[in-house]
Design a protein around this ligand. Structure first.
Ligand SMILES: Cc1cc2nc3c(=O)[nH]c(=O)nc-3n(C[C@H](O)[C@H](O)[C@H](O)COP(=O)(O)OP(=O)(O)OC[C@H]3O[C@@H](n4cnc5c(N)ncnc54)[C@H](O)[C@@H]3O)c2cc1C
Length: 509
């Protein structure tokens, strides 16, 4: 594409949502992606007929309309639908035992009763009654109605009648979820469970996880008829749907195109330089890369105060990954997701204490060859970068450390598939170094470790004119719904009030 209006650096979900809305508004949008696959943390890759996932496994709020999920709203705006498979249950391996726990009230209540008894059941019920109005308050202001310009005030004013009814709950939205947990839950299992959910969503403890994010999640997951959605064909199907929307409005994507520098003239971003020396100019540059990688793209002498401040942003830890392709014979009723916790007492954020296993082919046979399964295991944001930063991929020491550290996966897998080792056809282990390499995130981090107790994530504007940011380093934070919202907010900031109002009216949100 010649002379794009907007360049988006990175094709993560945030970048794609931003590009899609900009293209819909008639802007010439060019997405430049460093990797050979689009989607960032949500990209898929294929090997010997197995379709492997690199990141997200929990999706919801995409299959029904209306939805409060910003990604569902952007897909609708781009006229895109994704085939989704509904499910409710997870397999959970916790110190108390192995359980089937999932979303939807009934099943979880039965499990609370069997683990902690009647009193815990009442406690949970009261907790949900406290959380409900907070979730409703958070949902009363669609994230797509927010951005960093004047229109946010208009949107809030327009909704003032509805918002007034939620007034009492607003004070909780910006704070940490932990305060609500501490005030209302005493049962150790319930506290541990909520702590686990917080960690899986934000990469942080309950005392650092945003209350609005958790309240909306609870609103979604703990109602009677709640269910989760697995995109048929994996995360790649979501990425492809966003891309189809972008292409339908004339937007373009270039893969294998790593940006090495943002070109800045008189404190205004005017273009980018690719690693191969090619320069592309545009009116606006949007970085979907994380904050540390974005700062690396800006010449050192520019906005030094901001750079210094933002470069000190603390990082969530990284991941260990295990990808398996294996023989599925005789493995009927294998669980789609399993979450394993070794020891609550070590703390939910402790290294190698939590493992997530996902076997998408248990639900969607198109993910693997006939009679085979794929498995993606990961330790969610609890692997320290410091253990890896001085190791070199390919050396004996690296290979040994990789096998040692990734041995954490076998115990939970053997609990579901005792003879897994005889079944394996493909095995790939991933470390923070591989995570950094393929997801292009600094130190393989999950994102900024910004505590909700200290405030919100930073907005999408930068002190450099025409340079904006979207994705998990910006408000509202980490995870698929938040990054989709951040992408939409950047599009709204660039396009202005009229587009934003029309979009909200078109979607009826
Ligand atoms: C293992 C794992 C499991 C997860 N599970 C869930 C889940 O179940 N549910 C959920 O909601 N969230 C989950 N998440 C979180 C969620 O996937 C991420 O927060 C989200 O996808 C990040 O999107 P993003 O827009 O910030 O961009 P990213 O995904 O970070 O993508 C940024 C893109 O920018 C590109 N890029 C970076 N620098 C450059 C450059 N210089 N030039 C060109 N391109 C560049 C990268 O290659 C990348 O493609 C999970 C994450 C991981 C890693």
């Amino acid at each position: 594409m010649k002379n794009p209006d907007v360049i988006v650096i990175g094709s993560g979900i945030g970048g794609l949502c931003c590009a899609g809305l900009l293209a819909k508004a008639g802007k010439k949008v060019l997405i430049l992606e460093a990797h050979s696959k689009p989607g960032g943390a949500a990209h898929g890759f294929e090997k010997n007929g197995y379709k492997f996932e690199s990141g997200p496994s929990l999706w919801s709020g995409l299959g029904t309309w209306p939805t409060t999920n910003p990604l569902g709203q952007v897909l609708k705006a781009l006229n895109q639908k994704v085939d989704l498979i509904k499910y409710r249950d997870w397999n959970v391996q916790i110190p108390e035992g192995d359980y089937t726990i999932g979303v939807g009230d009934r099943r979880f209540l039965d499990q609370i009763y069997s683990i902690s008894g009647k009193k815990a059941l009442q406690e949970w019920d009261q907790f949900i009654q406290v959380i409900k109005p907070i979730g409703a308050a958070a949902n009363a202001i669609p994230l797509l109605a927010l951005n960093q310009n004047k229109d946010t005030v208009f949107q809030l004013f327009k909704r003032s009648k509805t918002l007034f009814t939620h007034l009492k709950s607003f004070k909780y939205l910006g704070g940490a979820f932990g305060n609500l947990v501490d005030d209302h839950l005493k049962d150790p299992f319930l506290i541990n469970w909520v702590e686990l959910l917080c960690f899986l969503i934000s990469g942080l403890s309950k005392n650092e996880t945003n209350a609005a994010a958790m309240a909306t999640l609870f609103d979604d997951w703990f109602k009677d008829d709640a269910y989760l959605e697995y995109p048929k064909g994996g995360s790649e199907s979501i990425v492809n749907a966003l891309l189809n929307g972008i292409y339908s409005f004339g937007g373009k994507l270039r893969l294998n195109s790593k940006v090495s520098q943002i070109i800045i003239k008189r404190n205004k971003a005017i273009g980018i330089e690719l690693q191969n020396g090619e320069k592309v100019y545009a009116d606006h540059i949007v970085s979907n890369a994380d904050i540390w990688s974005t700062l690396d793209l800006i010449p050192k002498e520019i906005s030094q105060k901001w750079r210094n401040e933002r470069s000190r942003t603390p990082k969530c830890k990284s991941f260990l990954h295990l990808h398996l392709g294996f023989n599925a014979e005789g493995l009927e009723n294998i669980p789609l997701h399993s979450i394993w916790v070794d020891d609550w007492a070590r703390g939910i954020t402790a290294e190698r204490n939590v493992v997530v296993l996902s076997i998408p082919s248990a639900l969607d046979q198109s993910m693997s060859p006939p009679n085979k399964h794929i498995l993606h295991g990961y330790t969610p944001a609890n692997e320290p970068w410091e253990k890896w930063e001085n190791l070199k991929i390919g050396t004996k020491e690296y290979e040994k450390t990789k096998e040692d550290r990734c041995s954490v996966f076998w115990k939970p897998i053997e609990r579901i598939i005792p003879d897994i080792h005889e079944r394996i056809e493909i095995k790939m282990l991933g470390t923070p170094l591989t995570h950094q390499r393929f997801l292009n995130t600094k130190n393989g981090s999950y994102g900024p470790a910004l505590s909700a107790a200290e405030g919100l994530f930073p907005g999408n504007k930068t002190p450099i004119k025409s340079l904006l940011m979207c994705g998990s380093s910006t408000f509202p934070g980490i995870g698929i719904p938040p990054v989709a919202a951040s992408g939409a907010m950047v599009a709204n900031t660039i396009l202005g009030s009229k587009f934003q109002r029309n979009l909200i009216e078109e979607l009826g949100i």
